[in-house]
Design a binder for this molecule. Structure first.
Ligand code: MRU
Length: 347
């Protein structure tokens, strides 16, 4: 099978989400036509990955707007802000969520007409965010291949978590670079960290690769240093949930250790993300809010409890990789040393 994967789709006046909690065993869709259900789908990670969350939230804003029962413009805008607050409360780290909601609210404000005129504009805006993201990811893929090491001719890349089609509107950021490398004959193999605790690498990244015939080897997160010392990895490419203005990058927990290990082994470490993931309001990564998730992600594997009673847990979902460990940040505008992404502020 080589059918493109679209995790968020607008069809028959509702949103279809690929249920990412059921992959790779079941490929099913959840139908969403209420904003409350969209908020629930984001927080329970039926849809996940920074850009995909942004697209889903944009459609959520439209679904919520359709249900507002007033024709008074100011009252409508006030209720839309409340809908935005519900969606903003779902996941704190991925800035694309806030970026997309801001953009939807700005669309409503800028539309001079009646409430009846604003609502269809919100659907247009959500569809635009959706289609733009696919084009953005394809551009990231092309720029990414251009900055990968020039030798060997066929590279072995390592990634963490899932920054693939499933995590975006389609194609992927880090996995977009992998896809482009594969298409151009520059990829020998992808190593995928399994990505504890939720296993996005083992379940999702490997699934995407298998769909396209990309050779993939899943490793436990703790194996990366060993693989690098053996010379198995030519470069690391990961996605991002929020990038501060100085290039410090929040991504899935374990990314920071991977970057340290890459530095120690002289393996180049790349971040691939759209401009919408850069939070220019934050000077550095210390201001990035880090989501903490339920301890059951640690003490339970499937139905099985793996820890004895009386244990305490700490389950941050993301960490921050300092800019000095990152060789380049690959965006739709090109690849930049972290210190230069500030130049994208006015693009
Ligand atoms: O908790 P998740 O699965 O939403 O985390 C996803 C990641 O950390 C991705 O690497 C990131 O969002 C980039 S997706 C293109």
């Amino acid at each position: 099978m080589n059918t493109p994967v679209y995790p968020v789709r607008w069809q028959n006046d509702r949103v279809l989400l690929i249920d990412q909690n059921r992959l790779p065993n079941e490929y099913t869709y959840v139908e969403i036509d209420l904003v409350e259900d969209m908020a629930e789908a984001i927080s329970t990670m039926i849809v996940r990955g920074a850009p995909a969350i942004g697209v889903a939230a944009a459609y959520g804003m439209y679904l919520g707007a359709k249900e507002i029962k007033t024709t008074d413009r100011d009252e409508f805008l006030a209720q839309l802000t409340e809908i935005g607050k519900t969606l903003r409360a779902t996941r704190p780290t991925a800035v694309n969520l806030f970026w997309a909601i801001d953009r939807m609210e700005a669309t409503a404000l800028q539309c001079a007409g009646s409430v009846a005129a604003i609502i269809p504009q919100l659907l247009v805006a959500a569809q635009q965010i959706n289609s733009d993201d696919i084009a953005t990811c394809q551009a990231i893929g092309a720029h990414g291949v251009a900055v990968l090491p020039s030798s060997p001719a066929k590279l072995c890349l390592l990634t963490h978590c899932n920054a693939g089609a499933l995590a975006t509107a389609g194609y992927g950021t880090a996995l977009g670079v992998v896809r482009s490398a594969w298409t151009q004959g520059r990829l020998a193999r992808l190593y995928a960290d399994e990505t504890r605790p939720r296993l996005q690498g083992a379940k999702l990244t490997s699934w995407e690769c298998v769909q396209e015939g990309i050779p993939v080897t899943v490793i436990a997160d703790s194996m990366a240093a060993h693989c690098m010392r053996q010379g198995l990895i030519d470069a690391v490419v990961v996605g991002a949930d929020r990038i501060a203005a100085n290039g410090d990058t929040a991504n899935k927990i374990g990314t920071y250790s991977l970057a340290l290990v890459a530095k120690a082994h002289n393996v180049p470490f790349f971040v691939a993300a759209p401009r919408s993931t850069i939070d220019f309001s934050l000077h550095d990564g210390s201001g990035i809010p880090i989501e903490e998730r339920h301890p059951s992600e640690l003490y339970q594997i499937g139905e099985t409890i793996v820890c004895p009673p009386g244990v305490e847990f700490y389950n941050p979902a993301f960490d921050v990789t300092p800019a000095n460990l990152i060789q380049a940040i690959i965006t739709e505008f090109g690849a930049f040393p972290p210190a230069e992404i500030i130049d994208l502020k006015n693009r």
